[in-house]
Design a protein around this ligand. Structure first.
Ligand code: SF4
Length: 415
């Protein structure tokens, strides 16, 4: 029986909306391109980590008692490695602790390798209503290059099994711009996926992140660099193909069937409140940005120390939080501009004015004029948005909107 998502202590209109992100940092192997806060071979920590996650949820109870949770997102790492018993305990604690909106989106990120039909049925029963799967490619050689442990056939089996288990909101992550990947092999991946009508698609270009094995191999000349021209061609083709297939392109890298946009990620892009729980999780809550410690063993230690003091003091220490900043108005306006431009509909002049009491055209006159000229931005009567060319070169605009050339971080998850 599916868990009914409804635990409102107050009526919805009295409560402030918030999203909750829970980080599961464990993976069976670490993929060569991955710079997420994810670790292989830490199985011995799983049980202690689950109990610390539960403790951290409880520590936030008071702070969230005037909020309504409109999305819950298990990201990683590989959340689908979590046992049903552990998930059950975490989810029960969430429902007992927070006000969960009756229509909350409830996502779990998953790796096709581990997903069984039984597991999918169980998580659906626990109330998870959106599955986000790290497919990346439907080409065996490309999956090997990415050091993924699943096969294209496993992806197809899992899509079928997830439908059988009752998932009617399925996201599939794909990666283009791989070294040696031409337009045709990318097209084959997309076509194979479209045959199965996922409600949502995230298509990301491969980036070579410092500190990853891929970065090292590229530096040493052992791996060729992705070709940005081919990646641009693949992206252009994807936009056209997905539009033909009736997907709404709503964010630079995200497409959805009507009414299936990811509520959780929209919270990030709309610069609204979210709380990150777990190792390395980031939050933007009550005007503050803060982040938990990355290392899972340290996280466990620090949450346990905070929890030991819980109830003894009015102020809970939250020792797992290792960085906090209160963005000033200049930064908040810049964040809202950069994140808002990621959305295809762009920034609504009136909404921006309502929020900051300033006309965005006056605030960023120089950058906007410059990029209307470069053709990366487009202006309508009511909004400012990226042009088709701007979708490919968005960072060139974002840099000009930064107060100090530093991009802020939001919860990055894998799979
Ligand atoms: S890409 Fe996903 S599965 Fe691979 S190591 Fe990173 S988080 Fe784990």
């Amino acid at each position: 029986m599916e868990k009914t998502i409804s635990k409102q202590k107050y009526s919805t209109n009295e409560l402030l909306p918030v999203g909750i992100y829970l980080h599961i940092p464990f993976c069976t192997t670490k993929c060569g391109y991955c710079d997420f806060n994810a670790y292989a071979n830490l199985d011995y920590l799983v049980s202690d980590y689950t109990s610390s996650l539960i403790k951290e949820i409880k520590l936030w109870e008071k702070s969230l008692n005037k909020h309504s949770v409109k999305s819950i997102f298990f990201g990683g790492g590989t959340p689908s490695l979590t046992s049903i018993t552990d998930l059950q305990q975490i989810i029960s604690t969430i429902f007992e602790t927070f006000n969960i909106s009756p229509h909350a989106e409830f996502t779990l990120e998953a790796n096709p390798t581990e997903l069984t039909e039984k597991y999918l049925h169980k998580i659906r029963e626990l109330g998870i209503n959106r599955l986000s799967m790290g497919v990346q490619s439907m080409n065996t050689n490309e999956l090997q290059l990415l050091e993924r442990t699943h096969s294209p056939q496993q992806v197809l089996n899992v899509i079928k099994a997830s439908r059988k288990a009752g998932f009617n909101n399925l996201n599939l992550d794909l990666i283009y711009g791989l070294m040696e990947q031409d337009l045709q092999t990318w097209q084959e991946t997309v076509e194979k996926i479209l045959d199965h009508h996922p409600e949502h698609l995230s298509c990301y270009a491969l980036t070579i992140e410092p500190g990853t094995p891929f970065y090292y191999r590229v530096e040493k000349g052992l791996l060729s660099e992705p070709n940005p021209d081919i990646a641009a061609e693949q992206y252009e083709w994807t936009r056209e193909r997905l539009e033909d297939a009736k997907y709404v392109h709503y964010e630079i890298s995200n497409w959805a069937k009507k009414d299936h946009e990811c509520i959780h990620n929209l919270i990030y892009w709309q610069n609204k409140d979210y709380l990150g729980i777990g190792a390395g999780a980031h939050s933007y809550f009550n005007g503050k940005r803060f982040a938990n410690i990355n290392a899972p063993n340290k996280y466990i230690e620090l949450v346990n120390a905070s929890y030991a003091e819980w109830g003894n003091e009015n102020h809970i220490a939250m020792k797992q939080i290792i960085s906090t900043e209160t963005p000033n108005l200049v930064t908040t306006r810049s964040d809202a501009a950069i994140l808002g431009l990621r959305l295809i509909e762009g920034i609504d002049f009136e909404e921006y004015y309502k929020r900051f009491e300033v006309d965005i055209n006056q605030l960023y006159t120089e950058a906007i004029t410059k990029h209307l000229k470069t053709g990366l931005l487009e202006k309508t009567k009511s909004s400012l948005k990226l042009s088709p060319k701007g979708l490919l070169l968005a960072n060139e605009i974002f840099v000009d909107l930064l107060p100090d050339n530093n991009m802020q971080s939001i919860n990055k998850s894998g799979d």
